[in-house]
Design a protein around this ligand. Structure first.
Ligand SMILES: [Fe+2]
Length: 296
């Protein structure tokens, strides 16, 4: 798949279930090889160059305050020490995708499960499961932000409930279009806060500069009814006016939303609705070209 990482839902690989019931493993930082640190460095430097003017200020600030650099894969204990002081979060190592309930349980307790492995040098833009670069570079800087810290914990708590109610797909779309692929306005221009974007060099540019995707004001029920792409760039990005909106979202009672979206018609990833507040109406050119290519 493309280097937009998949959601950690329902995709657990069964062949590497660890011994601990919460699926955590030791990071074994000393065992990373020079070649693995070199992959981190390549990715870190490539992405860092792209951030100015594209990533939101909160992301850049979080990054600057963390013990993160180009030279080596970060040590989770050192990251957690700083994170814990700031927002009460920590980073724990997992072998890859984990089952939904394990994932939610970690988030509900302010533990962010991060892939322990790093992608291979020949697959810098090709990733089947979130690795340490996606999880740490993409997610951890925003976990330094108190609003995001609160929101992701609430998502973990809500996820456990949504699973019991059979509406996990609808809730997972909220996470997808915010935590993974969210944009936020800064001085009137869209900036990236989503980890799936900010850990991908191609989507970093595409999401804020290309004329192909739609950029639409975030609206909760709309997002809960909108399917997403896991195999390519998004066709639509949902944009917050301000990150503080996530705080209100963390406190929303989802029960009435679940009632309304259950059984309601779903929207395709590229749909633009009459009720949307459209910031940019995309040309759709990128995905149209892909579809032509696939049909040829
Ligand atoms: Fe992610």
């Amino acid at each position: 798949m493309h280097d937009t990482a998949p959601a950690k839902h329902g995709l657990a690989a069964g062949d590497h279930r660890p011994d601990r019931p919460d699926w955590t493993i030791a990071q074994d930082w000393e065992r990373y090889t020079a070649a693995e640190h070199a992959v981190w460095k390549t990715l870190f430097e490539r992405q860092s160059r792209l951030l100015p003017g594209r990533a939101c200020a909160e992301f850049v600030r979080g990054m600057a305050d963390l013990p993160l650099g180009a030279d080596q894969i970060p040590n989770f204990e050192q990251l957690s020490e700083v994170l814990m002081q700031r927002t009460g979060w920590q980073v724990v190592a997992v072998p890859g995708l984990v089952p939904d309930d394990v994932f939610f349980e970690h988030l509900a307790n302010r533990r962010f499960p991060s892939g322990q492995f790093i992608r291979k040098p020949h697959e810098l833009d090709y990733l089947e499961e979130p690795d340490v670069f996606h999880d740490v570079f993409g997610h951890v800087p925003m976990l330094m932000n108190p609003v995001m810290a609160e929101f992701i914990q609430a998502y973990g708590q809500g996820g456990l409930r949504a699973k019991q109610l059979g509406v996990l797909d609808q809730l997972a779309r909220v996470y997808w279009y915010t935590v993974e692929f969210g944009l936020v306005l800064e001085d009137g221009a869209p900036r990236i806060y989503g980890a799936g974007i900010v850990s991908s060099s191609t989507e970093t540019r595409f999401s804020v500069e290309d004329d192909s995707p739609n950029r639409v004001r975030f609206a909760l029920e709309r997002v809960m009814r909108t399917r997403y792409r896991i195999d390519d760039f998004q066709e639509t990005y949902f944009v917050l006016d301000h990150l503080d909106e996530l705080l209100a979202l963390a406190q929303v009672d989802f029960a009435p939303y679940y009632q309304r979206v259950r059984g309601a018609a779903e929207h395709a990833p590229g749909d633009v609705l009459a009720s949307d507040r459209v910031l940019t109406r995309g040309t759709g050119r990128y995905h149209a070209r892909k579809r032509q290519g696939a049909a040829a």
